[in-house]
Design a protein. Sequence first.
Length: 270
Amino acid sequence: MTNLSSIILPVLKDMEESYLKDQLLKFLPNQEESFSKIEKSFKQLTSKVQDKERLQRFFHSWSQTNNSAMTVAGISNRMTMLVHKKQPIADKEALLQSITSLNRIVDEDLAVVGRVLHSQLFYTMATNICTDDDWLSRKYLNQSAYDFKAWKDQNSLRNKDIMIALLTTLIHEIYTHGEVEYILPKFESWLTNDYGFSEEDRDKTLAWISVHCGPTEKNHFFFAVSSIFYYAKAMNVDLETYDLETIIKDYLAKKSAVMEDVMEIEELSL
């Protein structure tokens, strides 16, 4: 049976041996409760035609858990600020390599390659399914989604330790790889069978999901790994002083809370 773990864990096993790999393999398999809540929410969403307000709330809140390009760009900005402010750097070439790897995560998102902003692809998907773009209104923002993004921004943009930002990005990228691969066939069947989309319209609508499938998010994960190792070298950081358990648990607990929250709204409306 395909589930989030069955998509994510093989990627981790392909990593070269390292403390980072050990930490990921130690703690990610223990998050089945959060994975199960997320899987249940997507199954429920794609099980039938949904109420319009349900869809609007879903897409607005879900977008807050996926919108990471500006966050990654912000981390890169923080790293260049070290040079700008003449902070002590053990290896400037390694810092450049870290920034270079980090920026490869957002090439597609920012249309550096592909020519289309991924924010536009998400807009097209949500608007086509909701039938208009009222879903953009902040009245459809669940508190749990606001909390998720606030936590992620705190880790990535405000925590004084840039390594925390990079490790949070790492978890986001490997989770997102699992999510898009898991949901694509469900969304395809949903739009075809329940909404009557033609194959062409369905594929155009779901381009935001499909472009992240295959090697895209998997490559982003490995770019995050590379950025971490280069940053550790640049700043003389001992990675083994970091325990990933809290970041992994917090990320998935908060993500699953968003998805469960949206799911419960539908149940209350029945």
